[in-house]
Design a protein around this ligand. Sequence first.
Ligand SMILES: [Zn+2]
Length: 657
Amino acid sequence: MDRPAATAGAYGAGSTRSGIAGQTRTMPTFPKDATEHTRRANAPRDLGMDPGDFERATRGLVAQHATGVIEGAWGTAWDVSRYAFIEQGSVNPDTVNPSLWRQAQLNNIHGLFEVAPGCWQARGYDISNITFIEGETGWIVIDPLTIEGCARDCLALANQHLGRRSVTAVIYTHSHTDHFGGVLGVTTQADVDSGRCRVIAPEHFLRETVAENVIAGFAMNRRGMYQFGVLLQPGPRTHVDCGLGKAIPISPPGLIAPTEEITRTGEELVVDGLRIVFQLTPETEAPAEMNFFFPDRGWLCIAENCTHNMHNLVPIRGAQVRDSLNWSKYIDEAERMFGARTDVMFASHHWPRWGSDDVRAFLRTQRDMYRYIHDQTMRHANHGLTPLEIADLIEMPEEYRNEAHTTGYYGHLAHNVKAVYQRYLSWYDGNPANLWKRPPVDAGRRYVELAGGADALLAHARRCFDDGDYRWVAELVNHLVFADPTNVEARELQADALEQLGYQSESATFRNAFLCGAHELRCGHPPRNDAMKRGLLTAMTVGQLLDAVAVRLRAESVGGLAATVHLRVGGASPPFGGDWTVTMSNRAISSAAGLHGEADAVASLDRSVLLDLGTNSTTIDDAIGTGRIALEGDAAALVAVFDHLDTFQSMFPIVEP
Ligand SMILES: [Zn+2]
């Protein structure tokens, strides 16, 4: 995912408003205090959770980063001092859920740790972990973090304290950016091309790294800002954690394509002298993912399939829903394949677990958790209950309650229930009253009218706020904000309600979303930024690039236009180059590999031209005019297809129309 530029301005404290429909007025200092209701909800208490986690998270410390500050392409990407306010062993402030505070303390622990003789992890210098394994001649690196700077500094830390080695292999556990984006910090394309460094990944890795970004990239990126709270300043009233790790380092990701893909469970490789047995786990936490086991050492890498929290069955940034049933079955398979022989299990986030009995118990509980959520959701669905009803009905029972690793710090039970329902039955709950609802602005105006006007709605909502019913206030006042986004009192009350919901949330991602919403209601959303970054576009196939272009078609501008164009894309071999047929008809652009039918025009172009069109850094007229496209036939046909493209902006409003 493209990350927002660090210059966007952080969400922190303030006391005045500007930019909301041109209004300027003084308002109370924010972020605000916890209310009495929130103070009660967040009262420090004995959580009864496994104290062994702190021992596991600190075990084997070898060294820490000398400064704790890591630079990225867009400035400082990581600074451990930003979270120094989360002291180990401290009591939670009244603006943070006590259970989340515990997780935030664990995720604050940072350093290079020995997992087992010959196996080390750097943790706490990125949202994810990087693992270093001593091979016969050099390092086997598992998951080179999100950004180059973090990966480079962690490798330097390992070389400094464990002896300098070259990197002989990189293993990507799965297709999410935080596990490959920093690869250029540990190796180079030249080392990979020359065979000095192998790059091993699960089947379909490359396809899946970009697939998520092709069609929904902009929307997902903006929504991701809410999930991770990337613009929230660290602080007890703002950002404390992401659940899965401390924070997301911001810098453009890199990617080196795998040299080898694992295609079946049970496949064994010898990597720099070490035997590794792989287990493919597609359609689990990621569409392409794998666990693996070192049979001569008793080490199990469980990728991101099991972490020390309840994971997402669908992230709130948005994604295709994950398969909780298969996820549970793959954990079961891992336990059966490797559990009895495992001495230590480590993962792509959080801390390891040691001892076969402990690992097996952990895996079984993780397996049962996803199975429980899946089965109980569908049990109630088959009784006719709908997502909102099931989400409010299901709780994690006592068997799970004291297990910190089944707590929804990253995922959230209510959200996961809806994900399971959506996978089988879609967003629609089956009630035709919900089949054709009015959009938010229209519905908002009608609800406000029904309530007797804005003042009456606000008066009622204030009473609910005083009662601590923040969830209802958020639903109610949202109607008024959408009916009239210039109503400052509505915005402030809505912000106050979201803020208290954030303070009370056990889930870091829910907290981040609530607090981002509160800030944007008070200060407006960041300026729209027409930033069509290349990011992972460079790894897209021609088919993916053409699909991404087609989503930008301004259909209202192309009535009556029809054209068929043959594209001959040079500069790379298929699927990154090659021959394509692109057709526009009925205000839609279709594309297919190969040259089909009669073409109005034949365009020969380098792949780089297609990338420039994809990122809006050139227009079709310029590309033809400068000779970057060699054209035979009717130029108007090519222009018809490529000259009516929208541009997307990195910031769009979320909590207001
Ligand atoms: Zn991850």
